[in-house]
Design a protein around this ligand. Structure first.
Ligand code: UDX
Length: 437
């Protein structure tokens, strides 16, 4: 099939590359000429493990193309995916202006039947808005379908080539036929397509992300309570997770959830609820707990130093919102940096992948180290904000030599308690006994 993807951000790029890998001819359209030129030369604009290989393979096989020309791509394609940004507006609701602008352009340009697929995370009712926008500009037949994306950053290739399910919201049999054809390679290997109406599909995405945010936040509260009563959250997690009604994934406590999806989607669902006079009380609580969870270790660091952080040098391992990505959107590291700087501390951070992105927004407000151990040089303590695997098994002897105090505040529960304990460290993690008190 010939497919157009409008928007080559994270979702668009991964979707386009995946659909090319499944054997389609895919035209990726973006208004950013520089980006399009770079992609034509084989440059992947985002960091995502294993994406580059698949991207280059499909460019070479002449199944993956990049252009700024929407009209030409439209003419060649039956199915048009919209993978456009839906940033939160000032009030937290999703801003649909990019999506509706492109819908308007498509309405003006199309000359034959098209299936328009909403891939971006959009509020319930957006398919209707896109339909109305296009219909205002054309009398040519078309359908609008909702097909939310569930992939995780860092696992995008794995998730997009082997999704747990494909959700398609469409009230048109003709469009369902097209979508079945696009995803035939998945159905062939037993991956289910779940068909439903557009609104249910749109809500499925928000409900899934919000549920996961609630799940994590619930565990964060259990972890905080564990500390009060002397229980160990690792044990509780294992005990809970073996019940397959609960499941053992997304039960890892830490310094809060971040990223481009959970915070935005939780906010947007709360906002959508308000518009219907509906209070998502559980989501409001989740959002509030997460805000305090993100900086929960700052007060611990403050206590450790007798309530005063002025002039303290803090080493920070990890800036990305989670491991295996350079994305720093809503990253807990940033909240910690902000608060620590306000309290007069100085920060030297190390993150081989996300450093560049942080530099763009923080510049020289903090220092950057070229490796994890040099970040510790003369530091008063270490704070861990991202679970990069290179931090998992560090040389504690070397750490002890570099750090002024053998103190680690770990927002990701990276180590079994025995390791820092045997090496004589003070070690504060989340929901577990504090070592070396
Ligand atoms: C998420 C959804 O998983 C994905 O389905 C959706 O399409 C986009 O949003 P992503 O934002 O890439 O994906 O990251 P994810 O791996 O889900 O992690 C989100 C946040 O939760 C991160 O900050 C992560 O550190 C945190 N997290 C995750 C926990 O704190 N504990 C966990 O057990 C799992």
């Amino acid at each position: 099939m010939n497919i157009t993807i409008v928007g080559t951000g994270y979702v668009g790029l991964v979707t386009g590359t995946t659909l090319a890998e499944l054997g389609n001819s895919v035209y990726c359209v973006d208004i950013d000429e520089k980006k399009v030129e770079a992609m034509k030369l084989g440059k992947v604009p985002i960091y995502e493990p294993n994406l580059e290989e698949m991207f280059l393979r499909n460019i070479q096989a002449q199944r993956l193309f990049f252009t700024t020309n929407l009209k030409e791509s439209l003419e060649k394609s039956d199915v048009i995916y919209l993978a456009l940004p839906t940033p939160p507006g000032e009030d937290g609701s999703a801003d649909l202006s990019y999506v509706l602008k492109v819908a308007n352009d498509i309405g003006e340009m199309m000359t034959s039947y098209k299936v328009i697929v909403n891939k971006s995370t959009v509020p319930v009712g957006t398919a209707d808005k896109v339909r109305a926008t296009i219909a205002a500009k054309t009398s040519v037949e078309f359908d609008v379908v909702s097909n939310p994306e569930f992939l995780r950053e860092g696992f995008a290739v794995e998730d997009s080539m082997n999704p747990s399910r494909v959700v398609v919201g469409s009230s048109s049999e003709k469009a369902k036929g097209f979508m079945s054809k696009v995803y035939q390679p998945f159905t062939n290997i037993g991956i289910p397509i779940i068909f439903m109406d557009e609104k249910s599909s749109e809500l499925t995405k928000y409900a899934s992300n919000s549920f996961l945010a609630v799940k994590i936040t619930f565990m964060n509260e259990i972890a905080n309570y564990c500390e009060k009563v002397g229980a160990d959250v690792d044990k509780v997690r294992l005990g809970m997770g073996s019940d397959d009604r609960i499941g053992n994934r997304f039960l890892f406590p830490g310094i809060g959830y971040g990223g481009s999806c959970f915070p935005k989607d939780v906010k947007a669902l709360i906002k959508s609820g308000k518009q219907e006079n509906f209070d998502f009380q559980i989501l409001e609580a989740t959002e509030n707990v997460n805000i305090s969870q993100k900086v929960i270790l700052v007060s611990e660091i403050e206590n450790y130093f007798g309530g005063n952080l002025r002039g303290k040098k803090i080493a920070l391992w990890g800036l990305a919102f989670k491991a295996n990505t350079d994305d720093i959107r809503e990253a807990s590291s940033l909240d910690n940096i902000k608060l620590l700087l306000e309290k007069g501390a100085e920060i030297t951070a190390y993150d081989a992948i996300a450093e560049e992105n942080v530099k763009k927004i923080l510049g020289d407000k903090i220092s950057y180290a070229s490796d994890m151990y040099s970040a510790l040089e003369n530091a008063d303590c270490l704070l861990i904000a991202t679970e990069w695997s290179e931090f998992k098994n560090p040389n504690f002897k070397l750490m002890a030599e570099k750090l002024k105090n053998k103190a680690i505040f770990d927002g990701r529960n990276m180590f079994p308690l025995e390791l820092p304990e045997q090496n004589g460290f003070f070690y504060k993690s989340i929901g577990r006994r504090t070592v070396g008190e």
